[in-house]
Design a protein around this ligand. Structure first.
Ligand code: URA
Length: 279
């Protein structure tokens, strides 16, 4: 089975380059002071920039922080096994996390850290343009749905969701790290995985018409401001994120260049290629 779209190589190249620019920004990000001070690397994500299937985990662990790549530990090995069972490899998909930096001691991500990092994930989704996103476990499912309902209730149930400017099928599944220790959960995860080929074969969800996604974002942002809390819409980018660290959303647009408060110099770009691993 192939999950790579047939698009022109110019289009792929442009999106890959834009993704590298977002990585260059993330690699010098200091929005979360504690994470910036304690991380060894920013684990941006790795895989195929043209993938139809994207996985979103929680946050890098120690091995990921060390190597700069997501899911390289035991949970990653299980993910690879499950992919193989449905005829896929890592190079066919894109794997990212809610947080790009390891929380010290593997503590849970803090709400502010999730909020700070959300825009990077949304830009990844906009540029990779997956059809299906598997949220792995509670953190990414709650973040992407902007709702506290847990993974036990939601796993295996696809739903259409607009993230940033992209409508995808979200498919929540158990986190492979949790399934490592619970045989019944592993069986459920395997069953949910088995439905992925069918989901990937479905036509792409209708995309927001030009201007609609921006309007949704703006409405959510102003709701957020008037309510003094996070917006409820999954389409909402953080209101202040637009101004924080420069216009992240401009990356990849003609003349977008490097934003994020720190110019993406040649060294960072070179580092980006390495860290992006397969992509
Ligand atoms: N668990 C995650 O959620 N992400 C990783 O990258 C590794 C383990």
């Amino acid at each position: 089975m192939t999950t790579i779209r047939a698009v022109s190589s110019v289009d792929i190249d442009q999106r890959r380059e834009a993704l590298k620019q977002v990585f260059a920004q993330a690699s010098v990000c200091t929005r979360c002071q504690e994470l910036a001070a304690t991380r060894k690397s920013v684990v941006f994500g790795a895989g195929n920039a043209n993938a139809d299937l994207m996985f979103v985990g929680e946050a890098p662990g120690a091995s990921e922080d060390e190597q700069g790549l997501p899911f390289v530990g035991r949970a990653g090995k299980l993910l690879e096994t499950l992919l193989k069972e449905i005829g896929l490899e890592r190079k066919d998909v894109f794997i990212a996390n809610v947080l790009k930096c390891r929380p010290p001691g593997n503590r849970d991500p803090l709400p502010l850290e999730i909020e700070n990092c959300r825009e990077y994930l949304y830009r990844q989704v906009e540029l990779i343009q997956p059809r299906v996103i598997c949220s792995l476990g509670n953190f990414s499912t709650k973040l992407l749905r902007d709702d506290p309902t847990g993974i036990t209730r939601l796993h295996g149930q696809p739903q259409e969701l607009t993230l940033g400017r992209r409508t995808v099928r979200l498919y929540p599944i158990f986190h492979p790290a949790a399934a490592l220790y619970t045989p019944r959960m592993l069986e459920t995860l395997r069953q949910d995985f088995a439905r992925l080929p069918e989901l990937l074969a479905q036509p792409e969800p209708a995309q927001p018409v030009a201007g609609e996604a921006e309007a949704l974002e703006q409405a959510a942002a102003s709701r957020e401001q008037s309510e003094g809390g996070p917006a409820k819409s999954a389409a909402a980018a953080p209101a202040d994120a637009k101004s924080r660290g420069g216009a992240l959303s401009d990356v990849g647009a003609p003349g977008g260049g490097s934003a994020g408060g720190s110019p993406a110099g040649g060294d960072e770009q070179a580092g980006a290629v390495d860290q992006l691993g397969l992509f």
